[in-house]
Every structure is written in structure tokens, then in C-alpha cells.
Design a protein around this ligand. Sequence first.
Ligand SMILES: [Zn+2]
Length: 330
Amino acid sequence: MRFRLRSEIADVIRGLDGSQRLEEICEVHGASVSQVSHLMEVLHERCAVEPRAVRDTIDATEHYRVLNFLGDYFPAAELFAAFERLRSTRVAILGCGAVGSWTAVQLAHSGLENFTVIDGDQVEESNLNRSIFLHEDIGQPKVKAISSALHRISQRVRVRRVKENVCDADGLRALLSEARPDVIVNCADEPSVDLTSEWINEYCQDRRVPYVIAGGYNLHLSLIGMTVSPGVSACINCSRITLDELEDESLQGVRRLWRPKRNLGSLSPLTGITSSLAASEVLRLAVKSDRLRPAMWNRRGEFNFLTNELSFVDLAPRPECGCTAESIRS
Ligand SMILES: [Zn+2]
């Protein structure tokens, strides 16, 4: 299919360099103010034009690159409100290892200012191959090292540091009730991702707090976890029902390889991929708009280091779980 822009509209668009007022454009092209206003409304809604004053304001802000990025999805009239929602989002990161530390840094780069970081461990030399930590951080609590890194990115960042290993649902509930996060990211693999995700789900479902299961890494695969908006998307329990069924089918007659306390290898690029996708999900949740919806609702992904392929498993809400709006209505 081929298209041709009508020449009178092309002339108006060519003149949109920010130097002329609407009335002047109309006068030059002999168009009515209502016609050109309507054209501008359409272009503005589709993020193709912005008022000159908005451009000047964006250029004067510290985060103008982030605002420019969001400006491709939010029209100028909504842009600053969207960034303000992002900036003021309180995010809690459970587990501050490789994935947690990179996720925190990327969120601070993107303009988030309110963090709660939860981890009871100290930085060890063995962490340095895949996290943000440096030699000088060895021996320090991870939450302290992360806090310092975030403050180096922005002086406005506020970090609530919780140097604690969470051991049960009650402990986590108490911590989160105090921090009152708007979004939670699970980057904890102790005692296990399944258990910590279950505790987070328990806290979040009643309070309608969204959460991101960041995922992890195993051999040549990076696991990209799911994003859950309670009442809207499948929860961790829905996913378990589906995954159990899939495992039953795919593992029939197959003996699992299992070596207890196996010393797994790890590679920074793979943790980077998992944390980048987790941070992207937090940003989508933080702007709270249908213009940028989470990409990991109702699915989980796997990145393959050997092939660079990214594959997904669909994890639709399960009515028998009873957690989504559809199942509540039925
Ligand atoms: Zn569910």
C-alpha cells in the first residue's frame, strides 16, 4: 500500500518547528484555526507534536532523556504527571544480590527516588563477577553498599535499608507494612524463589499491591519472571497450577538431573538481562497507564545465552485460584 500526504497538510506540518504560533500558521496557509487545532490535537494525542513551552521545560530538567523517552508514549499534556508517578513510586526490593542490585541502579537512573532494600548478607568477593558491588564494598552489608551506589546516582534518592534475612511470611509482612511500597520486586533466592514469591503474593493480593518476580539464572538460561497486578493478572499461585500441569506433561519418563549443593556458574550479562527486564516492568507499573502496560502479565520468559533466543510460557489466570476479577465475578 502507498500513501501520499495531502500537500496542504504537508505544508502545515513542515512549518511546525516551534517558531510560529497557531494563528500565524493558519494565516500563512489560509487555514481555519479550528481545522489546524484539530490536526494538532490528533498529532498531540499520538505524541507526534509537543507545545514549544513543554520542550523548553523538558530540556531544563535533570531527567530530560527519560522524559524524551516517555514522550514517545505520553502526549505532552500527560507527560509530567506520568513522570511524577514514576518518580514518587515507592519500590521495595527483596534480595540485593546481582539481580536486585542492578535493578535498583536502573530504577535510580530512570528517576525513581524512594527505595526500600531488604537483605541480611554482606558483600563477598564471590559476588563481584555479576553485581554492582566493588572490591571496596567487600565486608559491608549489601543494603549499605546499594544505598551508597544509589546516592552516587542521585542526591534526591531516599533509601530505607533493612539488613535482615526474611525467614517467613510474618516477618516479610511486618517489614512491608512499615515500608508501604507501591511496587515490590522479588530478587531473593533464599530460602527459595517459590517461597518468597508466595509470601509476597500473600501480602500483595489483599492490598492490591503489584509485584514483579525478577527471575534468576541457571547455567545458560536467564529466567524472566512474571509481573502480577492483583485482581487483574494471573498470580503466582495461578502460574504454579499451569506450570505443574506443563511439568507433568514434559517430564513424563524423564529423570531429572539433580546434584545437591551444586556450585553453579554465573555470568554478569545474564543477570543483567533478568534485571533489565525486571526494571522495565517496574517502570511500566510505576507510570500507571494503559499507554505502557506491563509486558510480563500472565507469562514467564527464558533467555538462552547460547542462541540469544527469548521464549515465553503463557500463564493465564486460573479461575480455580480465585484471585482475578473474572474469577471473583464468576
Ligand atoms: Zn491466582
